[in-house]
Design a protein around this ligand. Sequence first.
Ligand code: SR1
Ligand code: MG
Length: 413
Amino acid sequence: GYRPLDDASLRRFLADLPDLAAKLGGAPSDWSIVEVGDGNLNLVFLIDGPAGSLCVKQSLPYVRAAGESWPLPLDRAFFEQAYYRAVAPFTEGLTPRFHHYDPALYAIVMERLSPHIILRRGLIEGRRYPDAARAVAEFSARSTFATSDLGARIENKAEWMATFARNTALIRITAEVVFTDPLAESPRNRWTSPALDAIAAEFRSDSALKVTVAEWGRRFLTTSEALIHGDLHSGSVMVSETDTRVMDPEFAFVGPIGFDVGAFIANLAMNAIAQAGHAAEGDDRRAEAHWVLEQIPVFWNTWRARFLALWEEGGRGDAYPSGMFAKAGDTAPFAAAREAYVDRIFADAIGYAGVKTIRRILGFAHNADFELIADPLRRAPLEARALHLARRFLMEPQSFRRAEDVVAAVREG
Ligand code: SR1
Ligand code: MG
């Protein structure tokens, strides 16, 4: 039966899995175990043995960041491991290696990444990861192309749709804490400075803005485009100087591709805006902000090029079937259709980026990029800048045709 793991029960659990116990080496009493989960939902353990290391992630029956008053089904671990398995053939080397899933404990055993840290943390510290945006783009483009109707057969997609449509607890969380609460009166909303009271009230009384957010919420719920990660922010990416892995796909379902793309763009933009708040006295973070911002075109242009290349190589899917175009003399209309498709993904991403930015500042779950700026007098104006950008994403979408337009908008402030 289920119980939250602790030091003793985790040792017993791993000792009963001979292949994994051998990876750690020594006896269970030789292993060091530390619980490091700092996300909103789960327990995360790192286990070090004489021969190697592992990571165990386990669901709790409630939202960790809120406590037992907010119950949450345990099955998110099932969907996380199902996603890792589904995208593994297309994302080699871009996720942590998956070792084992225990359906009774709702626990996943996977590779412990070392010396990796969470991308968000590294960026806040002013570090640069030259390969990260490119790798996340490769991950997202490869996994979504392969699981879309362009890359997958009807039968495979139907299986993913059936499996992940049952991830209702987490789809509901997104529907509520991303698309609903931040523009409504909700006891779960919070913001960290009274200086934001006026903007929050203004957003809540702006019917046009609310209709736009509600429309993106409707599209989120009704667009079955590909198997998406569902929470692709910079806290779902682990990096070292030379390696990047995407993790935490527990929100996965068959949804709109632009939701993932927009999440990553929004989180880079928020980090770039927040850089000024992390500058120590005499330390100018403008160069870091500039570098983070430049990763937005690196990310999108890599994503776009990879998705188009996969499509040009010939998808195995039932939409735009390759047999129909293989011998066509005039390829221009097909090329134009491919370009239109990725342009539409970018337009979607801009809308979702607006929604995802607002939720991180006025909703329940904030991000460390702003939260770690201790002085509210420095933090609030930067959060207000991000909210202004979010409103532009939502209400002036025609201004954002290319990733470089996002860079320019952030610079304009
Ligand atoms: C109640 S959970 C809030 C957030 O945590 C996860 O990281 C997702 O972003 C979710 O929306
Ligand atoms: Mg997460």
